[in-house]
Write a protein that binds this ligand. Structure first.
Ligand code: DGL
Length: 293
């Protein structure tokens, strides 16, 4: 009897071990590394698998259908690598693809797996930083046009007014390592002026794109005195920590060997040299060819 109980337990343990895999972290390119950096510092014990779809970035100016197809293909790739939990560390993918994947695709392709985004955890807290109840959101065209931030922030802070400004040049500046140059000054100044024309009482500005933390110093130069600048990395990391506590059925399927693996759909040389700027530590990537859609 004792043996049967033991072997049932062992079998259960074995099944859990079998299903364990890394936590997937996805972005169209390098930006998600700014989020991964904070997640790793908050939850170092887990294994992480990062994928940057650099060959097809930027996503910010692409249609809903394209962002959805690319993101779904990447999510399926993460599932094939054994991930039970995937974080879309990309606002554009979170805004344009997450809901459809969660509601339509997951129940069919992987009912026990989870895909989370970065917009909701940010929306849950951002209003609490503001005293004037006016928040500015800087993001890609795609994220701004989706209206995801005003809608999500409205659910948690109905009295907060959200002003958005699309900054279509910022991702190309960052991806091309031009974020410290004079071109960056021009566009940062212009977009901030536009934002504050929409809402002069804004006292909190959210970097609603995971690439933008690299422009933080430059943005701060042009930000009115007293305005708080918020990046998402730490917010997402805290939210993930909380999620794992609330969802033991997912947490037990996340491997805990402290491993980090990096994949890119484009050149590994570029990814490794550029990735360091975002991740703040050496990155050694592997190329993956996802094929054509
Ligand atoms: N880093 C992505 C985001 O947070 C967007 C970059 C892109 O346009 O591909 O929105």
């Amino acid at each position: 009897m004792g043996f049967i109980v033991y072997s049932q337990k062992a079998h259960h343990y074995f099944c859990i071990m079998q299903q364990q895999g890394p936590i997937g972290v996805f972005d169209s390119g390098y930006g998600g590394l700014t989020v991964l950096k904070e997640i790793v510092s908050r939850l170092p014990e887990y294994d992480y698998l990062y994928l940057g779809d650099n060959a097809r970035s930027p996503y910010g100016t692409r249609s809903y259908e394209t962002v959805y197809q690319y993101t779904l293909q990447c999510v399926n790739w993460f599932f094939d690598q054994g991930c039970s939990l995937v974080i879309l560390a990309c606002n554009t993918a979170s805004a344009k693809a997450l809901r459809t994947i969660q509601q339509n695709d997951l129940p069919k392709i992987a009912p026990g797996k989870r895909v989370l985004g970065v917009i909701r955890p940010t929306a849950e807290v951002i209003g609490s930083y503001s005293e004037t109840k006016e928040v500015g959101v800087l993001a890609t065209n795609g994220t701004v046009l989706s209206e995801s931030y005003p809608m999500e922030i409205g659910k948690f802070f109905p009295d907060v007014k959200v002003h958005q400004e699309a900054c279509p040049m910022w991702v190309p500046l960052v991806e091309n390592n031009e974020h410290l140059g004079h071109g960056a000054d021009y566009f940062v100044k212009e977009n901030l002026e536009e934002l504050f024309e929409k809402g002069e009482n804004i006292d909190v500005v959210l970097l609603g794109c995971t690439h933008y933390p690299l422009l933080k110093d430059k943005i701060e130069e042009y930000l009115p005195v007293g305005v708080k600048l918020i990046s998402q990395g730490e917010i997402v990391a805290n939210s993930l920590a909380n999620y794992l506590v609330r969802h033991p059925e997912i947490e037990t399927r996340c491997a805990r060997n402290g491993k980090r693996l990096f994949y890119t759909t484009d050149s590994t040389g570029d990814f490794d040299s550029h990735g360091f700027l975002f991740y703040g530590a050496p990155v050694h990537s592997t190329h993956v060819d996802l094929g054509k859609i």
